[in-house]
Design a binder for this molecule. Structure first.
Ligand SMILES: [Zn+2]
Length: 396
C-alpha cells in the first residue's frame, strides 16, 4: 500500500540512527553485534552501533592535552588516535599561572583563552580541581597526584566487568526488543509487499480484524520494555539520573528509538577511560596490539614540529614519561600477552633502496638522514633483514 511507505521509512530511519554518536572530532569506537566484549576499534568522527537490539557500542577519546608536574599544554601526549587531537593554537601554562578556568560552547578556557575541547575525562570543573590541588604541591607530589589521576583512566578490568554485567543484565531486554523488531519487520514486509492484495480475502480480513489487538499488545510490550530499561539504568548507572529521564521520554514518545535500549546501558561505560584501557577491556587481539603500539609510539616519538615552544615540548615529554609505565603496566596484563620486545622492530626492508624507517608510523625511507613527514627522526634499517629476505627468495 503506497500511502504507508513514508511513515515506515521515517520509522526505520529513526530506528537505524538510534544511538548515533559523533561530532567534529575523531573518537575511537568499539562495537559488536553480540553480547561479548570483543570488538574491533574504529577511529571516526561518527559512530553507529550495528542495527540490532543485541548490539553494543562504546566510544572513547584521547585527552586533548598534556598534564605534567611542570604544567599543562593543549598539545596532547600519549595519544592513541592518528593523527592525535592537535590544537590550532598551542598554549602552555605552569600550574601556578592558571588564574581562571571556564567553559564556553564545549571548550575549556584557561585565563580567558580557548584551551581544549571538553571531554568526558576532563571538563572545566575537573581541570579546576586538578589545578587547585597541584598548584600548592611540589614537583614530586604533583607527579604522584597525576599518576593517581591517570590510573583511574586505566582500569580495563573494571571496564570489562561493568560491560559484562550490563550485557548480562540486559540480555532478556535485548531479546524482548528483538521480538518487537521482528514483529514490526514482518508487518512492514506485509504492507510494503502488498500483502493485503495477494492474500485470500478470508485471511486478509482476519489479519485486518486482528491488527488492532496486535498493535494494542505491542504497545503494552513497549511500555514493559521501557519500564524495565528504567530500572536497569537506575541500577547500572545510578549517577546518570538526568540522562535517564531524557532516554525514557524519547523511548516513550518515539517508539522507533525504544527498540535498542541495551546500547544506552553500555554507551557511557568507557567515558573516562584511556583508549588503551578500552582496547584492553573490549578489543579483539589485533586491536589491543595495534592501539597499545600506537600509544607507546606517540610517547616515545611524539609529534613535535620545529616551531613548537621549548616549554610545551618539555611538558609533552614529561607527561608522556609519566604515562608510559602506567600504560605498560595496564597492557602487560593483556591476555594473550603482548609482544613488547618486537613492537618496535622494523619489518624487513620493502625494497633494495630502503635504508631507514620511522619507528612511529613504521614507514620505510630511502634517505637515512631525513625525517618522516611527521617530523620524527628516522632510524637506520638493518641491512641484514633485507639480506635474509633476498637469501630466502634465491633459495626458493
Ligand atoms: Zn613517521
Amino acid at each position: 500500500v503506497p500511502e504507508w511507505w513514508p511513515a515506515l521509512a521515517v520509522f526505520w530511519t529513526l530506528y537505524l540512527i538510534d544511538g548515533i554518536r559523533g561530532g567534529r572530532r575523531d573518537r575511537i569506537g568499539f562495537q559488536a553485534a553480540i553480547g561479548r566484549p570483543c570488538a574491533r576499534a574504529k577511529q571516526a568522527a561518527w559512530h553507529l552501533p550495528p542495527p540490532l537490539p543485541t548490539a553494543w557500542g562504546v566510544v572513547v577519546e584521547d585527552l586533548p592535552c598534556s598534564l605534567a608536574a611542570e604544567g599543562l599544554t593543549n598539545w596532547p601526549a600519549a595519544s592513541t588516535s592518528r593523527p592525535p587531537p592537535l590544537p590550532d593554537a598551542v598554549q602552555s601554562y605552569r600550574w601556578e599561572d592558571v588564574r581562571e578556568i571556564s567553559t564556553r560552547t564545549g571548550w575549556i578556557r584557561v585565563n580567558g583563552r580557548r584551551f581544549a575541547p571538553v571531554t568526558p575525562a576532563l571538563d572545566a570543573a575537573e581541570l579546576q580541581r586538578l589545578t587547585r590541588a597541584l598548584s600548592t604541591q611540589g614537583p614530586t607530589a604533583r607527579a604522584e597526584h597525576l599518576r593517581d589521576w591517570h590510573r583511574r583512566r586505566l582500569r580495563p578490568m573494571r571496564l570489562r566487568r561493568r560491560l559484562q554485567l550490563a550485557l548480562g543484565r540486559s540480555r532478556l531486554l535485548a531479546e524482548l526488543n528483538t521480538g518487537q523488531v521482528a514483529f514490526l519487520l514482518a508487518l512492514t514486509t506485509y504492507f510494503l509487499g502488498g500483502g493485503p492484495d495477494h492474500m485470500p480475502p478470508a485471511v486478509r480480513d482476519r489479519i485486518a480484524a486482528a491488527l488492532p489487538w496486535w498493535l494494542g499488545g505491542y504497545a503494552g510490550v513497549h511500555v514493559v520494555a521501557v519500564g524495565w530499561f528504567w530500572r536497569l539504568h537506575a541500577k547500572l548507572c545510578p549517577e546518570r539520573g538526568q540522562e535517564r529521564g531524557g532516554l525514557v521520554l524519547t523511548a516513550v514518545l518515539v517508539p522507533a528509538q525504544g527498540l535498542r535500549l541495551r546500547q544506552h546501558l553500555v554507551a557511557a561505560l568507557g567515558n573516562r577511560q584511556h583508549p588503551v584501557s578500552a582496547a584492553l577491556a573490549l578489543g579483539e587481539r589485533t586491536t589491543v596490539a595495534q592501539l597499545t603500539r600506537d600509544t607507546l609510539a606517540d610517547i616515545r616519538w611524539p609529534r613535535t614540529p620545529t616551531g613548537l615552544p621549548a616549554d610545551t615540548r618539555k611538558i609533552v615529554a614529561s607527561a608522556g614519561s609519566l604515562l608510559e609505565p602506567l600504560i605498560h603496566a595496564a597492557s602487560s596484563r593483556a591476555q594473550p600477552q603482548l609482544a613488547f620486545d618486537s613492537m618496535f622492530v622494523p619489518l624487513p626492508a620493502a625494497s633494495a633502496d630502503a635504508c631507514a624507517w620511522c619507528p612511529r608510523c613504521g614507514d620505510q625511507f630511502v634517505r637515512p638522514e631525513s625525517h618522516c613527514p611527521h617530523g620524527v627522526p628516522l632510524q637506520p634499517l638493518a641491512r641484514s633483514a633485507l639480506a635474509k629476505e633476498s637469501g630466502k627468495k634465491s633459495l626458493a
